[in-house]
Write a protein that binds this ligand. Structure first.
Ligand code: OGA
Ligand code: NI
Length: 335
């Protein structure tokens, strides 16, 4: 099957200064028109090494209620571990097309793992300006190394080391988020799959785009995950909807961007909000990002934590298997 990668389309477009019509968003989505340029509050930045535990819990809980997204610094993930993850991912996307195609998604497969490009056009008949690579990085029993690039040679080591550290950060976040709800520290992690949580890495590669005013990278969505922990490269592009305005996330070197996903919104019975976000693209530079989606196993049932539900607070969401949640969301069916 011949698939057109956005990276290939981008190299053709560079000489023409135009993009194919299927990438031109309707005006209501065009970044040049819909990005808010007025004075805006900034996405909260949280120091994860804050020795004042109460203050840390409060800041994380407030950010998760009001924003559904925050940046964390002093998170314990060493700078060189992040830099290596980024370097090997960038090297992969700079390989010749035929070397990347070795890792292409398997047509007809249920799994999203592999190198790919969104093939379906969305309801407006438009396509996102981005290619990606998905593969699991944890737990070991869930990993399929077929989708881990063999080139560069250090790809595997860089990803294994990153997986070890990111799990420690995730545990800290789950604990603070739980305490912020007034429940026991282990409640949210357990409710989101416990030790069976699947860590799905995605690398987004947004090639330079001659018309960044008209195109979008990923279109507005909330993540299916419980949490998403993302590192971007230095090219800004992530935007979040706050009080009906699309605002830019500031690039903070070595910060991690934490998104509250749908499963935490459900577990918290709506106290924490999953954030609506999208990404824009750049005229001169390739933008890249490395989100890790923390997902419950498919058969695992997620619903509002019983501790948070009572007569005054009835459940706002159904409890259901994660695979059924994902199916409904992908197919735009009611939950
Ligand atoms: C995603 C996503 C944002 C970004 O891949 O789900 O929201 O900054 N990416 O690349
Ligand atoms: Ni997302």
């Amino acid at each position: 099957m011949e698939v057109e990668r956005v990276q290939a389309i981008a190299s053709l477009s560079l000489t023409t200064d135009t993009i194919p019509a299927e990438f031109i968003r309707p005006e209501k989505e065009q970044p040049a028109i819909t990005t808010f340029r007025g004075p805006v509050p900034e996405i909260p930045t949280i120091d994860l090494s804050d020795p004042d535990q109460e203050n840390l819990v409060r800041s994380i809980a407030n950010a998760s209620k009001e924003w559904g997204i925050f940046q964390v610094v002093n998170h314990g993930l060493p700078t060189d571990v992040i830099a290596k993850l980024q370097a090997v991912g960038k090297e992969f996307f700079e390989l010749p097309p035929e070397e990347k195609e070795v890792y292409a998604k398997i047509p007809g497969s249920q799994s999203i793992e592999g190198y790919g490009t969104q093939l379906q056009k969305d309801i407006d008949g438009k396509k996102p300006w981005v290619d990606h690579l998905f593969h699991k990085i944890w737990p070991p029993s869930a990993i399929n190394y077929r989708f881990w690039p063999k080139s560069p040679a250090s790809y595997r080591d860089a990803n294994e080391v990153y997986a070890k550290y990111i799990r420690e950060v995730a545990d800290k976040l789950f604990t603070s988020l739980s305490l912020g709800l007034g429940v026991e520290g282990h409640a949210l992690k357990e409710g989101a799959g416990g030790e069976d949580i699947v860590y799905m890495l995605k690398i987004n590669y947004y090639p330079p785009c001659p018309r960044p005013d008209l195109a979008l990278g990923v279109v507005a969505h909330t993540d299916f995950s419980s949490l998403t922990i993302l590192v971007p490269n230095e090219v800004p592009g992530l935007q979040v909807l706050k009080d009906d305005h699309w605002i830019d996330a500031k690039y903070i070197p070595n910060a991690l961007i934490v998104h509250i996903g749908d499963q935490i919104e459900i577990l918290s019975n709506g106290i924490y909000r999953s954030v609506l976000h999208r990404s824009t693209v750049d005229k001169g530079k390739a933008r890249m990002s490395w989100p890790v989606f923390l997902e419950p196993p498919g058969e695992f049932v997620v619903g509002p934590l019983p501790q948070l539900v009572n007569e005054e607070n009835p459940p706002k969401y159904k409890a259901k298997k994660f695979k059924d949640y994902a199916y409904c969301k992908l197919n735009k069916l009611p939950q």
